[in-house]
Design a protein around this ligand. Structure first.
Ligand code: NDP
Length: 305
């Protein structure tokens, strides 16, 4: 990597994020974010350190956040960078609980379903980056939380972070029956990260007027045709409200959210958990693990130290 030209800085990436939405960018179809372009490096959230500066306001050693992702080092102008704020959090938390996944969880719980103390919420992919943040934010709001995840280790993790009822969807043959048993009075809200049979189970357990935050449908991302939802008619009969949302619509909230999350982490209300793969050569494997369930908490790649 040559020294930075005038007006740019050279950044050595320390951490990069792999996220399920990147799967959608690997197809040519209409979406809220354009597809990756053939022959160009992939993009995504990353935290790096300035190692050479040819512009005012940045000095070697400064930590910066970028959306350039998947690369070890790069030259860029200040417009492509945000300085990492001083929060007391480890810098990589800005890619996890105090970053895009955390803000997504916060918006789904507070703005979309407007979860109230005493309510029952079901969260799918509950041990992942968004899901584990959603569970802990919901607990902090005084709700009862039911989380689903695949495997005993993930279910134990969910209990550790305070989830009230845990459903191992890889063991349960009938997810709808398992959810109904976990929530005998029904659910007031559903935070959907998975779609498919999870969404169908939630429709069946929903109380009248329940609210659904449709955050993601990871079970569908590698399917050419989606799974048919058998119980959509219940949206009408139970007068449910289903709302999709995209975190980037509310990026302007990020600075105040980072402060809020730093407070929750400091008080112990939210625990940081991440799965780390080492070396840029392992970034593709880290990405694929999102779809086989190989992560607990935020999946990160440690690019250098
Ligand atoms: P996670 O950390 O949750 O990783 C993905 C997890 O999904 C895996 O660990 C796996 O857990 C689970 N999973 C994968 N395939 C399946 C399947 N077929 N059925 C059930 N579970 C599956 O990723 P994120 O927290 O980053 O993202 C979670 C969801 O949130 C995704 O759907 C993503 O697209 C969405 N999202 C939406 C945003 C928005 O703005 N609307 C922003 C960010 C994320 P397990 O082992 O339990 O199966």
């Amino acid at each position: 990597m040559p020294p930075p030209p005038a007006g740019q800085v050279r950044v050595q990436n320390l951490w990069m994020s792999v996220d399920p939405y990147m799967r959608g960018r690997m197809m040519t179809r209409e979406s809220y974010v354009p597809p990756f372009r053939l022959g160009e490096p992939l993009e995504g959230g990353a935290i790096g350190r300035v190692d050479s500066s040819a512009c005012e306001g940045f000095a070697p050693g400064d930590l910066v956040q970028s959306m350039l992702g998947w690369r070890e080092a790069f030259n860029a102008p200040p417009s492509a960078l945000t300085k990492v704020p001083t929060t007391g959090l480890p810098p990589e938390a800005l890619l996890g609980v105090a970053g895009l996944p955390g803000l997504t969880a916060f918006l789904g719980v507070t703005k979309v379903v407007k979860l109230q103390a005493g309510e029952v919420v079901f969260v799918s992919a509950a041990s992942g980056a968004v899901g584990s943040a959603a569970c802990q934010i919901a607990k902090a709001a005084g709700a009862t939380v039911i989380g689903s995840a695949g495997g005993a280790e993930k279910c134990a993790f969910l209990r550790e972070i305070g989830v009230d009822q845990v459903v191992d969807y890889k063991v349960e043959k009938n997810l709808a029956a398992a959810l109904a048993a976990a929530a005998p009075q029904g659910i007031d809200a559903y935070f959907d990260n998975v779609g498919g049979v999870h969404l169908d189970a939630a429709l069946q357990s929903a109380k009248p007027f329940a609210r659904f935050a449709l955050c993601g449908m990871i079970s569908q991302y590698n399917q050419i045709e989606g799974t048919a939802i058998q119980h959509m008619r219940l949206v009408v009969t139970k007068r449910l409200r289903l709302q999709g949302f995209i975190v980037s619509d509310d990026f302007d909230m990020m600075p105040q959210f980072v402060d809020l999350m730093a407070g929750w982490v400091a008080s112990g209300a939210v625990k940081i958990h991440q799965t780390v793969e080492h070396g840029i050569e392992n970034a593709p494997a880290a990405f694929l693990k999102l779809f086989s369930g190989g992560n607990i908490g935020k999946m990160l790649v440690r690019v250098s130290t």
